[in-house]
Ligand binder design. Structure first.
Ligand code: NOJ
Ligand code: CA
Length: 687
């Protein structure tokens, strides 16, 4: 050994030791956060390529494997590589808040949170955060662009080209989904495929994995950002992709600091748990409107189904529906039967000619001459039945925004408390007018469209008016923050039973409850007891038509049929008159996605309970254990169920059995459901 050899050996030893220790020194520990009950574990880390990811285990089994986090930027490097975790902070939260109206009065928000901050190993040292909230029934996470380093230049906006968030599921299973970005917006029948057979889907996107775990992907608090579609990349691996903008290569443009919407993952051992989760509401901010007691959940009728049947018309002429005399007839009918609103469509100038292509012709202040709005407002006030306003824009947002304040002022002056808006046009064809006068065509979920809807909602709130958009942007729980955003369409509703090809089949509602309805209330407009559309029969029994008032939640529920049809079906109509539109509590008792569902709801204003059940093409009997009733009380069960011969095809769809029984807590009601059938039960509390 030479004198030089020793130091060289030492040097080599030291180098080896450094190399060995290097991973321990430079790698940060993975950060984890668990649900309060410990079942769900989220791990956040960076991988060998310094890309950030998260993964999810449920009850010790992987639900999602390494799923990356990041963004493509329009005018700076993508945000995905060269990242390291620089800090992690934890918090826990448990509170209960009260809804002004809803499926349940009290909502518990119980979660553990982890905020991980990342820094980029680059000259700009870009910094951002991701916050995870883990509940017993799922996860929400959002990106925090709260550091000025994210702006490409001082004071420049952050321009996001697309999102790279992945959802890489560990196993296959079944999926229920509708395609994203296609022309008919949200109005598709649901696909039921393998998870590995999904294309690009709108959310909520629902899965049942091989071990029975149910999962739904969605987003919460979509504010000033582009909506999220979910695209299958390969196998059971998905990634977020943002709705396109019609006016910019960037799909979302924001100044720092800002936060993205929450990406939400509901997780439940069964279908019922998906529908009973409140995580999307919990992830929204509390009510910003203050006292909203001016909005009262209610049921309404309207000059509506006649148009869809072709018996009346929106446009002027001999079949015009919105005439003073006809609306008075509806107001009388509503007053007689206890409804609290009459929707009037086709009241304003613009429907003549091809309104689908001529949104710019709509006036939101000029009524047709045979519609005396002032006189009707007086009559409506006298009868205590407000008119429900209607603003069909035909997708011309620019034309609507130009008239918005005057339009809302007129409705307020006429005693209108709720307005149904409409955006009938193909996807990505919403006409938007920019401040500089230029126009662009926007998608239903683009950032610009989302802003528009919120503008209408907040302007309406100033006038104590509630909003119910059709062909809307999807619901992301914003009703918590803006409780006058009371309902919306955003799926195939009753109108498809009038003229849809095909109409909504028996499995549609048992699917909707676990897909579209996870996002929030839907103005489905049920209650067509005549069971006949425009030359095509409805695919349901009459008992099922009643059940939909319990199965599909909305604080405004339409009784959609013509008054003369209700006169012909008075016994069944009684249930529609009785059923409330506001609930103290809601429970999904039994369900299989797309097959059947049984829901119990407690009235918010009495001790009564209601039951609704619906099945697909397969008949079945459910035994409902009444263990949710108050002990010591006797209830009268008013049962509307399928008769022995009922079937959704043919004349026996009218076979309904209406009967009464005394029941108590713990009793069991055996309720048969015919193919395409169901039941509706009112449980009237006695002593
Ligand atoms: C589509 C809506 O969903 C429907 O309810 C309405 O009657 C028409 N548009 C006309 O506005
Ligand atoms: Ca529609």
């Amino acid at each position: 050994m030479t004198t030089m050899a020793l130091p060289s050996l030492l040097r080599r030893l030291i180098l080896a030791a450094v190399l060995l220790l290097a991973p321990l020194v430079s790698a940060q520990a993975a950060e984890t956060v668990t649900s309060p009950d410990g079942r769900i574990v989220v791990t956040v880390d960076t991988n060998g390529e310094n890309r950030p990811f998260y993964r999810i285990e449920v009850a010790g089994k992987p639900l999602m494997t390494e799923s990356r986090l990041g963004f493509l930027m329009a005018d700076q490097d993508k945000l995905e590589r060269r990242l390291k975790i620089v800090s992690a902070a934890r918090a826990s939260h448990d509170s209960t808040w009260e809804q002004p109206w809803g499926e349940r009065r009290f909502v518990r928000d119980h979660h553990n949170a982890l905020t991980v901050r990342f820094e980029e190993d680059s000259a700009r040292k870009r910094k951002f955060g991701v916050v995870f909230r883990v509940f017993n029934d799922g996860i929400g996470f959002r990106y925090l662009f709260d550091d000025a380093s994210m702006a490409p230049e001082p004071d420049a906006a952050v321009r996001i080209a697309d999102e790279l968030t992945e959802f890489n599921f560990a196993s296959d299973g079944k999926a229920w989904w509708i395609p994203a970005g296609e022309w008919n917006r949200y109005e598709y029948l649901y696909e039921n495929t393998a998870v590995s057979g999904v294309g690009t889907a709108l959310t909520p996107l629902t899965f049942r994995f091989e071990d029975g775990t149910h999962v739904a992907l969605h987003e919460a608090a979509l504010v000033d950002f582009a909506g999220m579609f979910v695209k299958r990349v390969r196998g059971t691996h998905f990634r977020a992709t943002l709705a396109p903008s019609g006016s910019s290569a960037a799909r979302a443009v924001r100044d720092t600091p800002f936060v993205t919407p929450w990406r939400t993952i509901r997780i439940s051992p069964d279908a019922a748990g998906l529908a009973m989760s409140d995580i999307d509401l919990n992830l929204n901010e509390p009510n910003k409107l203050g006292d909203v007691s001016w909005f009262k959940p209610h049921k309404y009728v309207g000059v509506w189904w006649g148009m869809h049947l072709g018996k009346e018309s929106w446009e002027s002429g001999p079949k015009h529906g919105a005439t003073t005399a006809n609306v008075k007839k509806y107001i009388d009918f509503a007053a007689r039967h206890g409804f609290e609103g009459v929707l009037v469509e086709g009241w304003n100038v613009g429907w003549d000619g091809d309104w689908f292509f001529n949104g710019e012709l709509f006036s939101f202040t000029q009524a047709y001459p045979d519609y005396d709005f002032e006189e009707l407002a007086r009559y409506a006030a006298k009868k205590g039945v407000p008119i429900v306003g209607h603003h069909e824009t035909s997708g011309d947002i620019g034309n609507y925004e130009a008239q918005l304040e005057a339009a809302l002022d007129l409705m307020a002056a006429r005693g209108v408390k709720t307005i149904k808006t409409g955006y009938v046009t193909d996807a990505h064809n919403l006409r938007f007018r920019h401040a500089d006068g230029s126009e662009s065509r926007e998608h239903q979920e683009s950032q610009i469209t989302q802003r528009h809807h919120l503008r209408v909602v907040t302007e309406a709130a100033k006038r104590k008016i509630a909003i119910n958009p059709h062909e809307p942007v999807k619901d992301t729980g914003l009703r918590r923050t803006y409780p006058n955003w009371v309902s919306r369409e955003g799926a195939r509703g009753m109108e498809f039973n009038a003229w849809g090809a095909p109409p909504n089949g028996p499995s549609h509602v048992p699917t909707l409850v676990f897909t579209r309805m996870l996002s929030g209330p839907m103005d489905y407009t049920p209650g067509v007891l005549s069971l006949e559309g425009s030359g095509q029969p409805l695919q349901m029994t009459q008992a099922r038509a009643l059940a939909e008032y319990v199965l599909i939640y909305s604080p405004i529920q339409m009784a959609a049929d013509l008054p003369e049809h209700y006169e012909q079906h008075r016994a069944a109509f009684q249930f529609i008159k009785d059923v409330p539109a506001d609930w103290e509590d809601s429970r999904v008792l039994e369900a299989a996605v797309g097959e059947y569902v049984v829901i119990a709801r407690k009235d918010r204003n009495s001790a009564d309970w209601y039951l609704g059940g619906g099945t697909d093409e397969t008949g079945r009997t459910t035994s409902v254990k009444l263990d949710f009733l108050d002990p010591g009380k006797t209830y009268t069960a008013q049962i509307y169920r399928d008769g022995p011969n009922a079937h959704y095809v043919g004349p026996t769809k009218f076979d309904i059995a209406i009967e009464q029984r005394k029941v108590r807590k713990g009793d069991v009601l055996d309720l048969p459901m015919a193919p395409g059938g169901g039941f509706a039960v009112r449980l009237v509390a006695g002593n």
